[in-house]
Design a protein around this ligand. Structure first.
Ligand code: PSV
Ligand code: MN
Length: 384
């Protein structure tokens, strides 16, 4: 395996909303220079790509990134050297969705929610985006509040209608989340539920794993291996968690877990962009500077990937076959304990980039420029 070639080909998508203000339900701390428009978010995403060389697309979230002319927005992104990535839908911030969106007991509200999903596909048509990403906050807070099985039927019907509208080269990514905001029963709580709906829908529907959406102790690399085997892994929303959906920088809380996930990707020959997995970040930078945090996150994914690529798979297989438990574990740990920063620095230098993207960004003057230029107006936020 040519480790450098694999790392050169790697692609990581950044989320428009990570460039905007965010916070917890207690407080949003605004930062100077934060984008006010979709264009400014795209400019920041293009900046991350300029310093890392591996983040050539940006995911949009509708309506947070709603514009009148998506063709013009796409052209603007292309001029800056990036593409529009996944279109994320938002059926979780409207008054009507208090009791759910596509699973709401009210048919009129279900219609409204499904229409939003269809509208997102029109935006994909206009932007050339491949992926429709669906996450539903739907669920119930109290036993008896609604019929759990009826809600599955309503979900399936909305997904079917949306799926049928997908174009030839378009895909649906169905994300799951253990809990929040529905605390008693969530309608798509786990990978199994997402997987089952995707199988029912057809080959264009695949599962999106958000690394923050699991119970503590969940073996995420097992889920990766299972879904790859079934041909149903479509995407990642990368981030880090200590407790719940913390949305901290990927690879910050548990870099070993990220390595184990990336090892399964390498093991499944699924790293190459041609395989079709969208490696996206879904993060919030509440107290740290956003652009360097996103650059750092991209680098964290690269580091975990490089270590995964360095696993001596022949030695690992031999140890596994021989039942040599300690040796098999040691082969994996050897790769994890390798310092891959010099390798990645070399790779960047070869590509004409600075080997230290965070330092290069700090020296570039971009941060000072956006702070000076983005005065006035309303800063973007994800609405916490
Ligand atoms: C939900 O927690 C989620 O992970 C979904 O991907 C949303 O689109 C995103 O966060 C919003 O930040
Ligand atoms: Mn997510």
């Amino acid at each position: 395996m040519d480790v450098k070639a694999a790392l050169r080909a790697q692609r990581i998508e950044t989320p428009s909303w990570a460039y905007a203000n965010s916070g917890t339900r207690f407080k949003v701390f605004p930062q100077p220079g934060v984008p006010r428009t979709a264009e400014e978010k795209i400019a920041d995403a293009a900046t991350v790509h300029r310093f890392t060389g591996v983040a050539p697309s940006v995911a949009l979230h509708i309506p947070w990134d709603k514009v009148d002319d998506y063709g013009a927005l796409t052209a603007y992104a292309r001029d800056l050297g990036i593409e529009i990535g996944a279109i994320n839908t938002n059926v979780f911030q409207d008054e009507d969705y208090k009791l759910g969106s596509v699973t709401n007991p009210d048919a009129g509200i279900r219609r409204k929610a499904t229409d939003h999903l269809l509208e997102a596909i029109s935006i994909m048509d206009a932007t050339g985006s491949r992926d429709l990403k669906l996450w539903f906050s739907d669920g119930i807070n109290y036993p008896g509040q609604d019929d759990i099985r009826d809600r599955q039927d309503r979900l399936a019907a909305a997904l079917r209608e949306t799926y049928e509208r997908l174009g030839e080269n378009q895909r649906m990514l169905l994300e799951y989340k253990l809990f929040e905001p529905a605390f008693y029963a969530t309608d798509v709580p786990d990978w199994g539920t997402s997987y089952a709906h995707c199988v029912e829908l057809g080959e264009k529907a695949t599962v999106c794993i958000d690394t923050g959406h699991h119970a503590p102790g969940t073996n995420i690399e097992f889920i990766v291996a299972f879904l790859l085997r079934a041909g149903k892994l479509g995407a990642f929303d990368f981030n880090s968690r200590f407790y719940a959906d913390d949305d901290l920088m990927v690879g910050a809380a548990d870099p070993f877990q990220l390595f184990r996930i990336m090892y399964e990707i390498v093991r499944g020959d699924a790293l190459d962009p041609a395989y079709g997995i969208a490696f996206m970040l879904d993060q919030c930078h509440n107290i740290e500077a956003k652009i360097p945090a996103i650059i750092r996150s991209v680098m964290n994914v690269q580091e975990a990937t490089a270590k995964a690529l360095l696993v001596d798979r022949t030695a690992l297989r031999a140890a596994q076959q021989a039942g040599n438990v300690l040796e098999a574990n040691a082969v994996l740990m050897d790769a994890y304990n390798t310092d891959v920063r010099p390798l990645l620095g070399e790779l960047r230098t070869d590509a004409g980039l600075d080997p230290d993207p965070v330092a290069a960004y700090a020296r570039s003057g971009y941060q000072e420029k956006i702070v000076a230029e983005r005065a006035g107006g309303t800063q973007a936020g994800w609405g916490a």
